[in-house]
Design a protein around this ligand. Structure first.
Ligand SMILES: Cc1cc2nc3c(=O)[nH]c(=O)nc-3n(C[C@H](O)[C@H](O)[C@H](O)COP(=O)(O)O)c2cc1C
Length: 246
């Protein structure tokens, strides 16, 4: 349809990277794309930390539970929910920020982070790079906070590994569009049948690409959602000064 839509609809997470460097010019354009993203109440509650250093990338790969593509990709960007800047701005007015005590701040901050992440991903892919978002940094937020020297009222929400692709990924099928796009009101009808169809489709996909261990979606999402899969997030969020009960 057009190149922006082609970039977005051809998305796939890449997990095999060359060690070819990303030029400063390309990286600057990617960061500028995230920087110009919209932000709730102009709060600008996102900061990004660029990691190029290979020893640090290896550390992040370990923090994220052993994800080798983080060490392989030449650049890792951490997207930080940042209410430290607004706290300082309000203090300069002789007033006190309290919004960080509210779950709404986490919701709006993570929304802003998601938009910035998506902008960076689209920019990177349009420049010929491959990307994979990394939520695995939340396995051990304290370690990320120490590694990046993050101040109070900040939290490392998600990362992005980016680089030139070695072995391209196959595009993964999604749940049927009917489960995603609703007209006027939420349509609950027929969901089990649509999920069953997708379970078959994704298992077929794994077979086609030669992965014998591929789970159905019911199994793979259950592997996470039958558990509190990142239990260290709540204590770390509270330790960083955020509240969750208002
Ligand atoms: C917020 C977020 C966090 C993610 N975290 C990880 C991660 O830690 N490691 C990883 O390999 N993939 C991660 N992914 C990629 C997903 O596994 C991937 O998007 C999903 O399986 C769908 O595949 P696709 O992106 O190739 O379509 C993450 C994706 C998102 C949006």
């Amino acid at each position: 349809m057009n190149s922006v839509i082609d970039t977005l609809t051809s998305h796939r997470s890449e997990r095999s990277f060359l060690d070819t460097a990303i030029s400063d010019e390309t990286l600057d354009a990617i960061i500028a794309s995230a920087y110009r993203a919209p932000t709730s109440v102009n709060s600008q509650q996102v900061s990004v930390i660029v990691t190029r250093d290979s020893a640090r990338r290896r550390q992040i790969a370990g923090i994220a539970g052993g994800q080798p593509w983080i060490a392989q990709a030449p650049v890792f960007i951490t997207f930080v929910l940042d209410m430290h800047k607004s706290e300082q701005a309000i203090a300069m007015n002789g007033e006190t920020q309290i919004a960080h005590q509210s779950i709404e701040s986490l919701v709006s901050g993570c929304t802003d982070i998601g938009i910035a992440l998506a902008s960076a991903m689209a920019a990177a892919r349009s420049a010929g790079l491959g990307v994979v978002p990394i939520g695995g940094i939340r396995r051990s937020p304290d370690e990320m906070i120490a590694l990046l020297d993050l101040p109070p009222l900040t939290f490392p929400v998600v990362g992005l590994a980016l680089g030139y692709v070695d072995q391209p990924a196959h595009q993964k099928p999604r749940l049927p569009m009917e489960t995603f796009r609703h007209s006027e009101t939420y349509n609950k009808d027929g969901l089990p049948a649509l999920i069953a169809r997708y379970n078959q489709e994704i298992q077929q996909h794994w077979e086609t690409i030669g992965r014998k261990d591929g789970d159905s979606w019911s199994e793979s999402v259950g592997g996470y959602y039958k558990n509190i899969y990142f239990p260290n997030v709540l204590p770390a969020v509270i330790k960083q000064g955020f509240g969750t009960e208002k």
